[in-house]
Write a protein that binds this ligand. Structure first.
Ligand SMILES: [Zn+2]
Ligand SMILES: [Zn+2]
Length: 277
């Protein structure tokens, strides 16, 4: 089996390539009149690409925020809606981007026991080391920087991702270095003493390989000041050569972006395929 085509784990899909990371209004960071499944499906069919809906599932918010799309067991409605659409469209997958919290491993394992088999694809992500302050939003980082240095935030992020990988809760892991979305030399500069080397990111990737975990090549970093994907293309090349199994995600939060990125997603799959592992 071709390593970069993890599609093949699933039932037959209509197209060759899959964008594994697409958010609809089922995600808490998208407004209620945001894109729905059908909006993406129409475009995906035209662009000839499979899509996996990878909505945010953040335990703390799902439990406490009554406006969260998955509050009060609503995940069942999400599944029901997609499963119904899957009967018509053979190029969509149901998925979740589940937040990892080191202090919630037991609950996450229980959640995976319940849903891993009901969903096509679940991936783990770290967005928050301090609960309520996701590092994927600049305003929260600025709040955090009143108490911590950029270096501390980076270190805490890497420690958490490493814990997530070692926990083996998730078979798939998203954007292993997304802490650099805003903390990078073009924006909020990392403190001098902090290790921001490619080596550090590579080591996380190697740990994924060792644990048999699929790694996301997340294209969204390119639209931020960081100017490169998560992780960078160079790191993806090295990891692929070391035998990594890679899936690609646009991390689309709107239709325009998804439409623009669909060609890049396919191009990058082709690029990865021709690399020898
Ligand atoms: Zn994410
Ligand atoms: Zn995402």
């Amino acid at each position: 089996m071709n390593n970069s085509l993890i599609n093949n784990f699933y039932r037959h899909m209509r197209f060759k390539y899959t964008d594994y990371h697409v958010h609809t209004k089922w995600s808490s960071d998208i407004v209620q009149n945001g894109p729905n499944f059908e909006d993406y499906i129409t475009i995906a069919e035209k662009k000839k690409i499979n899509i996996c809906f990878l909505e945010h599932y953040e335990l703390y918010k799902v439990e406490n925020d009554i406006s969260h799309p998955f509050y009060n067991g609503n995940i069942e409605n999400y599944l029901e809606e997609i499963d119904e659409l899957k009967e018509t469209y053979d190029f969509i997958l149901s998925g979740l981007e589940v937040d990892y919290y080191k202090e919630r491993e037991v609950d996450l394992i229980e959640f995976m026991d319940d849903y891993d088999k009901k969903m096509d694809f679940i991936a783990g992500s770290v967005h928050e080391c301090d609960i309520g302050f996701p590092i994927t939003e600049k305003s929260y980082i600025i709040e955090l920087l009143k108490k911590k240095t950029t270096g501390q935030l980076i270190d805490e992020y890497f420690i958490s991702v490493e814990k997530m990988i070692r926990s083996q809760i998730f078979q798939n892991i998203c954007h292993i270095d997304t802490i650099f979305r805003y903390i990078n030399n073009n924006e909020l500069k990392p403190s001098k003493d902090c290790d921001i080397s490619d080596e550090r990111i590579l080591n996380l990737g190697k740990l994924c390989i060792k644990n048999g975990i699929n790694i996301e090549y997340n294209l969204s970093g390119l639209k931020y000041s960081y100017g490169r994907s998560f992780p960078s293309r160079e790191i993806i090349i090295q990891l692929k050569k070391l035998g990594a199994k890679i899936f690609i995600g646009s991390d689309s939060h709107n239709l325009k972006y998804f439409k623009e990125k669909s060609l890049t997603v396919k191009k990058e799959y082709k690029f990865i395929e021709q690399l020898n592992s």
